[in-house]
Design a protein around this ligand. Structure first.
Ligand code: NAI
Length: 367
């Protein structure tokens, strides 16, 4: 299949690698001449560790690189059957890119967006063939992360979905169908992991002990180590985006501790100072901390499920692969049982200050 990629930043180049590595011809472009000129070298560099380890032969790397054609004009993407855009996260820019591309492509070609926070239907709006538009959300780094969220909007054709699912699975990815709702699956269902950790922090618990409780429960990284890894600024922006898209619902409350961290510039790994400055053993109530955080993870997933367009299995798969969680929220639910989750949410609601009570309102399956 001929695949086009627009935007050769971190994501676009990674996506180009994913498809070129399984034999597809990839045509790629970027608005910046520097990004175009450096793309091949950056890809070669990205592959270097695999060549050094002997996982990829020098010949295979050369073959992979030969499948990437960097073009300077958008018109040169016209033979593509599927074009994936990974340009800057701005609605007007993405709409303009698709507006220019659509008349150049065959009527059956599919336009996919790698947006992480914009609505797919708003990107498709105004095009002649919105039925050929969908979201294809890769995670960073695209060549490493197994998960891809496939996001139809209300008018996306089943044939476009099938074509993109097939080619993406063929590139070794696990594809889940996500609804065209804010945060899709992973970025939304992850919120309570951080939010409930921050609620505990504001109640006087330390970041290190909260993290230790989650590690003891089987999570590879606690919420604060994860925030430090990704960056408190990125976490704040993601939470703010979701909060505003969800009418400031208290489930997406922005905790003052997170804002303060960003205001201080203690963004985590990239600035050398973060939430977790040392290790702690799991506290004596580690199981209760894990139950609290997991009950809110389950509740968020249950709200998403109730809104429709997604299956419990896909939510579980997405949370395991997208966040490296040891189990998905519905597997967590099966472990605790409905009654335990219901009781935990009710106790949290009873204890919460008025402005946070709505955070613990149980999803329909617990009501
Ligand atoms: P980036 O800033 O590394 O790359 C964006 C590239 O797009 C730049 O090279 C820029 O020159 C180019 N560009 C901007 N406007 C353009 C236009 N009109 N035509 C052609 N090229 C244009 O950004 P990154 O991180 O690769 O993100 C790209 C997209 O992927 C965004 O929508 C982002 O939300 C999404 N995404 C990012 C993830 C991440 O962790 N970085 C994860 C999943 C999705």
């Amino acid at each position: 299949m001929r695949i086009g990629v627009i935007g050769l930043g971190a994501m676009g180049l990674g996506i180009a690698q994913v498809f070129a590595s399984v034999g597809h011809a990839v045509f790629a472009t970027d608005a910046q001449s520097g990004a175009r000129a450096s793309a091949r070298d950056r890809l070669a560099q990205a592959l270097a560790p695999r060549v050094a380890k002997g996982v990829l032969s020098v010949d295979d790397r050369a073959a992979l690189l030969s499948r990437l054609t960097v073009v300077s004009r958008v018109e040169d993407l016209s033979p593509a059957d599927l074009v994936i855009e990974a340009v800057v996260e701005r609605l007007a820019v993405k709409q303009a890119v698709f507006g220019v591309l659509e008349p150049l492509l065959s009527p059956d070609a599919v336009l996919a967006t790698n947006t992480s926070s914009l609505s797919v239907s708003s990107i498709a709006h105004g095009l002649s063939r919105p039925n050929r538009v969908l979201g294809l959300h890769f995670f960073n780094p695209a060549p490493v992360m197994k998960l891809v969220e496939l996001i139809p909007h209300a008018g996306t054709d089943a044939t476009a979905m099938g074509l993109v699912r097939g080619v993406t699975e063929g590139a070794g990815k696990t594809v889940v169908t996500a609804p065209d709702r804010p945060g899709f699956i992973v970025n939304r269902c992850a919120r309570p992991y951080y939010g409930e950790g921050l609620a505990l922090l504001e109640q006087g618990r330390s970041a290190a002990e909260i993290d230790a409780a989650m590690v003891a429960a089987g999570y590879r990284l606690g919420p604060f180590a994860l925030i430090d890894l990704i960056g408190a600024d990125i976490n704040l922006a993601a939470t703010e985006g979701l909060a505003s898209a969800m009418a400031d619902h208290p489930r997406y409350h922005i905790f003052a501790a997170l804002r303060a961290q960003v205001a201080k510039g203690d963004l985590g790994r990239k600035t050398g100072r973060g939430f977790v400055m040392g290790e702690a053993p799991p506290p004596s109530d580690a199981a209760a901390i894990a139950l609290r955080i997991e009950a809110t993870l389950v509740n968020e997933a249950a709200w998403l499920l109730a809104e429709g367009g997604v299956s419990a299995d896909d939510i579980d798969t997405a949370m395991r692969l997208g966040l490296n969680f040891p189990r998905g929220p519905f597997e967590v639910l099966a472990g605790y049982g409905r009654e335990k989750v219901r009781e935990t949410l009710a106790a949290l609601e009873a204890e919460a200050p008025a402005y946070l009570k709505g955070r613990y309102a149980p999803a329909p399956m617990f009501a």
